[in-house]
Ligand binder design. Structure first.
Ligand code: PEP
Ligand code: MG
Length: 583
């Protein structure tokens, strides 16, 4: 480990922030308390310099040797992680591809042949490539510019034979302007407590790796490498993005308690968090979370959820007590999307009306559940709908959002909603604003009408999600909020299960994914039935993610198919439940 070459050098102890709080973007959840190791890239701007052409060969040899050294260093780390995970090695591989890019090499060599020094040639050619990507609207391409800058610096440092000893970071909190994925692997191996950086997006490779390695990380903290000094005590809160520098004893005690509680909790749930939600015979189930608050997404990620199958955006209205404007919505959606990244988050359009938010509903309704709610309300309030669509589109830049329409009953609603979405996309495009142009658009199957015509709706959309909470109330004509009819309200009623099956078959026939996000998804008796019926995604409350994972891992998929087949033949829910509960 000792003596690995790095892009970094230790910063001298001349600093300003004696005590106080800083705030950044929470990139990887967790809490760390410890001493800082401040790392700062040295100033390696290379002035453009020409050299006598008699040195050309010598300069080219220097270039080759810098590339060979970087190759050796990066390949060594790559080999080390290759066994661990294909995701991690794929990230490191992109760095190796840049180092060995023949076109880039040729352009640097040409510059040297023109008479530039090897340093100038590297700087000029890397910067030229970098500028292609730097202003891209696509965050992934902008990340490529960051990586080119990293590799350029590494090459220049290599030429100057500077090195960094990663061992110095053992059990410390690393504070840096920026880091490379290779740094992250090396820091993980010396047990760094946390990472704080000035640059980097939530989608950056460094953020992804810190989550993969379970290292708490806060990124985007302005000037942090200037403000914090070596050996200063820092509390890093990777949940909120808060940093407390030189904390008071009471704050340390509070955070130690919080940190230890977290550790105990994690230990208790043990390896389950990291294990996949797959059946004993390896059928993968996407286990997602239903989200009403930012904290739900954080908790779900902590529990190992695969993103969110339902974000109830009307919860934001309820929390704020007003309809949020585009910026308020964008901030909320982006925060949730970033916490889950790279996992996918399903944002559902406002399901206003009925038992939810009724402000703005123009008149009293005798039968609100059958009234002006969900997609019906949105299609008649296009300004409100368009504001939400634009906020969702803007938050989709990292391509990990889906958009879902509630309370669909017919094709016309889907076609109208999709045309409004297209209108919003065109407007954003005209303004030069980036978004995921292929954002998947799906619908809730929560009315009997939608379930029975699922085969007609499926060709229009990218995914289905079954909402059994409403599907049950509409199928059995029993108000989900009325305890007087709670005995009639029964998601195991054969009629409800048949409608679920209808929707599943239509989705499978049209090759679109189908999830289930109603409360039935987390009913202990339902898991085996739903999996056997062909539901491939279950979205449940964050608090039950681990329990669900445990249950899924005990199910045998082949057996579940038989169970579902026999259950679907049964005449009443008591027989169904007795079979499922005894399973
Ligand atoms: C449902 O109806 O099952 C559902 C998930 O939506 P909500 O509970 O928000 O109506
Ligand atoms: Mg519903």
């Amino acid at each position: 480990m000792d003596g690995r070459t790095g892009e970094v050098s230790l910063k001298s102890n001349t600093n300003k922030l004696e005590q106080g709080n800083l705030k950044g973007i929470p990139a990887s959840a967790g809490i760390a308390i410890g001493q800082a190791l401040v790392i700062e890239p040295e100033n390696i701007i290379s002035p453009v310099m020409m050299i006598d052409k008699s040195y050309t060969n010598e300069e080219i040899e220097k270039l080759k040797s810098a590339i060979a050294n970087l190759n050796e260093e990066f390949s060594e780390v790559f080999d080390r992680v290759q066994q661990e995970s294909s995701n991690i090695s794929a990230i490191l591989e992109t760095n190796l591809l840049i180092i060995n890019d023949p076109i880039l090499y040729k352009s640097i060599e040409d510059k040297i042949t023109e008479g530039y020094t090897v340093e100038s040639a590297i700087s000029m050619e890397f910067d030229r490539q970098k500028n292609f990507f730097k202003y891209s609207k696509d965050e992934i391409l902008r990340e490529r510019a960051v990586e080119l800058e990293h590799i350029k610096k590494r090459m220049l440092q290599n030429l100057r034979q500077h090195c960094f000893i990663y061992e110095n970071a053992r059990n410390k909190i690393v504070v840096a302007q920026s880091l490379t994925p290779t740094d992250l692997v090396n820091f993980r191996d010396v047990n760094v407590l946390a990472i704080i950086t000035e640059v980097g997006g939530i989608a950056s490779h460094v953020s992804i790796l810190s989550r993969t390695f379970d290292i708490p990380a806060v990124i985007g903290v302005k000037d942090v490498a200037q403000l914090i000094k070596n050996d200063q005590t820092i509390i890093v809160d990777g949940f909120s993005g808060n940093l407390i520098c030189n904390p008071k004893k009471s704050a340390i005690a509070d955070f130690i308690k919080k940190r230890d509680e977290l550790a105990r909790h994690k230990e208790l749930l043990g390896k389950l968090v990291k294990l996949p939600a797959e059946t004993s015979d390896n059928k993968m189930i996407a286990l997602r979370a239903n989200v009403d608050r930012v904290a739900d997404m954080q908790n779900a990620v902590m529990a190992g959820a695969d993103g969110s199958g339902l974000v109830r955006t009307e919860s934001l209205i309820l929390a704020l007590n007003h309809i949020p404007d585009e910026d308020e919505q964008l901030k909320w959606y982006k925060e949730i999307a970033d916490i889950a990244y790279p996992a996918v988050v399903t944002i559902r359009a406002f399901d206003i009306g009925s038992d939810k938010y009724t402000e703005g509903i123009p008149h009293h309704e005798d039968n609100p559940a059958l009234g002006f709610r969900g997609i019906r309300y949105l299609l008649s309030r296009t300004n409100l709908f368009k504001t939400q669509i634009k906020a969702v589109l803007k938050a989709s830049v990292n391509k990990n959002l889906k958009f879902m329409l509630p309370m669909i009953t017919n094709q016309k609603e889907v076609i109208s909603a999709k045309s409004i979405i297209e209108e919003c996309k065109a407007e954003l495009r005209n303004e030069g604003i980036g978004f995921d142009k292929n954002i998947p658009i799906g619908i809730m199957i929560e009315t009997p009408g939608a379930a029975l015509t699922a085969h007609q709706l499926a060709p229009l959309v990218d995914f289905f999600s079954i909402g059994t909470n409403d599907l049950t109330q509409y199928t059995l004509a029993s108000d989900r909020t009325n305890e007087l009819v709670s005995d009639v309200y029964d998601a195991f009623h054969p009629a409800v299960l048949r409608l679920v099956k209808f929707a599943v078959d239509a989705a499978n026939a049209n090759n679109i994914p189908i999830g289930l996000c109603g409360e039935l998804a987390s009913h202990s008796a339902a898991t085996v039935l739903l999996i056997g019926m062909g539901v491939s995604e279950l979205s449940v409350a964050p608090s039950v993610i681990l329990e669900m994972k445990d249950r899924i891992r005990k199910i045998n998929y082949q057996d579940s198919l038989k169970i579902a087949e026999s259950v679907l033949e049964m005449n009443n829910s008591s027989d169904i439940l007795s079979v499922l509960e005894n399973d």
